[in-house]
Design a protein around this ligand. Structure first.
Ligand code: ADP
Length: 354
């Protein structure tokens, strides 16, 4: 009897852990090793079949230079954009059934966040990233369901820089065509869209606005978080009942640690804000993963803005990006340690918070 009880207990915990994992997933993507660096070796020593990745520093012997991490899935350097999207698609589709979904791209600058989210070339469909593929998918679903559910889709786009939220769609042309009514972003324009192309056009406007006030877009975009939010409202034709879902596509600021002794002035202020908001995000996801009774949403603008889409029935996917170059070894280790902290849901943690 005692044995059976123990088994049942374990099964319950196991299911609980599986449930949690169903709502929070972490995928790791490794950028291809540059051909020009033939004198160096990749720090990614091995990728296993069950989500394991072994990181090893070719220049450092001993256990400090090696570590295995485990995530829901690892995409190696040869993974295509469509393979990456195939494992993201079910989550995206659930937005049309009324779920809130957050997709994050995390990693040091140059590790492939933009590649995963936007893709390198808008004109080449096979290179499209998660953003474009998701939008196409949402509108396709809307069309196939048109007889039973009518959908309204609206978009917001903001940037968070030094803990300040800036609306990237605040132009006169757009303001005339929209009304203001956001989730936790009350002041940001929300713009109705009819097709994926409308959203792509808005994203271009957003990108242009993002560049304003900064010396170079790349610099600015690596030090601010950008959030593209797609709000979906569906109305069942027969019953008239409604559902609401939203998708947040979040390109996070570069996670690289700035040398405090070298950074001064604006650079130091930026670094502090980035550090604070990324660790606040890590704290929130890890609290949710462990079903902690207190989730510290209020510690950063990013987690405040996304509060409704983090936790509860909402689904979270984080792509962590690895640059396999030897020089990036210590950044890679800290990136993966961060990801491990948000991803690892141990039986012990589930038990402690039961
Ligand atoms: P981040 O947004 O993290 O700063 P990028 O997405 O701009 O990084 O990537 C840096 C460079 O590496 C770009 O030239 C990009 O095209 C290239 N790159 C990144 N990931 C991949 C990949 N999976 N396959 C091929 N090239 C990649």
């Amino acid at each position: 009897n005692a044995y059976r009880k123990l088994l049942e207990e374990n099964r319950k915990l196991y299911n609980q852990v599986q449930d949690l994992k169903g709502n929070i997933r972490v995928y790791c993507r490794v950028k291809p090793f540059p051909k020009t660096q033939s004198d160096q070796r990749s720090t990614v020593d091995h990728i296993g079949e069950n989500g394991e990745i072994l990181i090893a520093n070719p220049q450092k012997q001993g256990k400090d230079g090696r570590k295995i991490f485990t995530f829901n899935k690892i995409f190696g350097p040869s993974a295509s954009q469509s393979e990456v999207f195939a494992d993201t698609q079910p989550m995206i589709r659930s937005v049309m059934d009324g779920y809130n979904v957050c997709i994050f791209a995390y990693g040091q600058t140059g590790s492939g966040k933009t590649y995963t989210m936007s893709g390198p070339d808008v004109t080449a469909e096979e290179t499209w990233g998660v953003n474009y593929r998701s939008l196409n998918d949402l509108f396709e679903i809307s069309q196939t369901r048109a007889d039973s559910i009518t959908y309204d889709v609206k978009v917001q786009m903001i940037e968070i820089y030094n803990e300040q939220v800036r609306d990237l769609l605040m132009t006169d042309e757009i303001r005339n065509n929209s009304h203001v009514n956001g989730l936790n972003i009350p002041d940001a324009n929300i713009v109705p869209v009819k097709c994926a192309q409308d959203v792509l056009d808005l994203m271009k406007v957003g990108q242009r606005n993002r560049a304003v006030g900064s010396t170079a877009l790349n610099e600015r975009s690596s030090r601010s978080h950008s959030v593209l939010t797609v709000h979906v409202q569906g109305k069942e034709v027969i019953s008239g009942s409604t559902l609401r879902g939203c998708l947040h596509l979040v390109d996070l600021a570069g996670s690289e640690r700035v040398d405090k002794s070298e950074a001064t002035g604006e650079r130091l202020i930026e670094a502090k804000h980035i550090n604070k908001s990324l660790s606040a995000l890590g704290d929130v996801i890890s609290a949710l993963a462990q079903k902690s009774s207190h989730v510290p949403y209020r510690n950063s603008k990013l987690t405040q803005v996304l509060q409704d889409a983090l936790g509860g029935q909402a689904k979270t996917l984080m792509f962590v990006h690895v640059n396999p170059e030897t020089d990036s070894f210590s950044e890679t280790m800290s990136t993966l340690k961060f990801a491990e902290r948000v991803a690892t849901i141990e039986l012990g943690a589930a038990r402690a918070n039961k």
